[in-house]
Design a protein around this ligand. Sequence first.
Ligand code: SF4
Ligand code: FES
Length: 367
Amino acid sequence: MHGPVGMLAELTHRCPLGCPYCSNPLALDPRASELDTQTWARVFREAAALNVLQVHLSGGEPGARRDLVEITAAAHSCGLYTNLITSAVGITPATLARLADAGLDHVQISIQDSEPVSADHIAGYQGAFARKKELAAEVVRLKIPLTVNVVVHRANVDRIGAMVELAIRYGASRVEIAHVQYYGWAVRNRDALLPTAEQRARAIQVVEELRTRHRGAIVIDAVTPDYYSRFPKPCVGGWGKRSLNVTPAGKVLPCHAAESIPGLEFWSVRDHSLADIWANSPAFNAFRGTAWMREPCRSCARRDIDFGGCRCQAFAITGDARAADPVCHLSPHHDEVVALRTRQRDVPYSYRVNAKSTVRGAGGHTQ
Ligand code: SF4
Ligand code: FES
């Protein structure tokens, strides 16, 4: 068994935004349960000892942590490559300068749209668009490499070109165009978010044209919406194979949505070392390898390529986490995915709401 390469450190679930596709769980960890600075520092040391190379400092909005600079310094001092994934709301220029001094290697800023009014509407936060532009300028001024994350769905998919141009104007070296993946909050908002088949086909063509047009100016990475694919994605590079997530309260998950699968036993960094969790925790071993697979995956030639797809999606749609990801056209549940492709409706977003927040539409995470 290999060790993990990357670690997602969800420092907090608190966030001023309320994106309707937030990747945080429906039940958010409260502030009082968050790991303290020393525990994160220990977790980073254990991650480095496991040969983890990159740590993604995420949330919620990591800027909501008052000790973000100390946490970043702790990760950097272990030799980990540090990537800050931020909504840009909550990180001031002064904090960013201190983060740079602490050894921050890379920043990812998510944008909701190229149109300010639409962007703020999707984020559920007035003024978010302007804040992103300001922080991006600071990141570039400090010569920290910048990636812009574009989360694509029905309301903005027709402006992918404009969003890539915005990323270029920001000075980003890379743009990641990712269609919404349907877990948690995004399942709740699926009918409002899912693009049409025509939009999806145009989006694929547009991305190819953009790659040609902007070659040399920006690297464009794109993840297609898997509801329209014939085969599923190899989710998280295979369960318990390449990466792990640590939640704000310290639970260690094989993927960000793993808590949506009932019956899995997650271990916490409060009780176990990361190495022990990686090797022995029941949740990590539940879907490692291929022994857990059912047909059609068990005898399929692609089982070591896509690992049967996404366990969380299999559970969300079929109610069985051991089933083939129903995105796969060989799945007996594939018809259900086909039916979902035509369910688009213009219904209001159900924003991610953080009960503790006093900001309207508050609480969100935008990757
Ligand atoms: Fe992948 Fe399973 Fe479909 Fe084969 S049957 S392509 S392993 S999801
Ligand atoms: Fe959990 Fe895909 S998100 S396995």
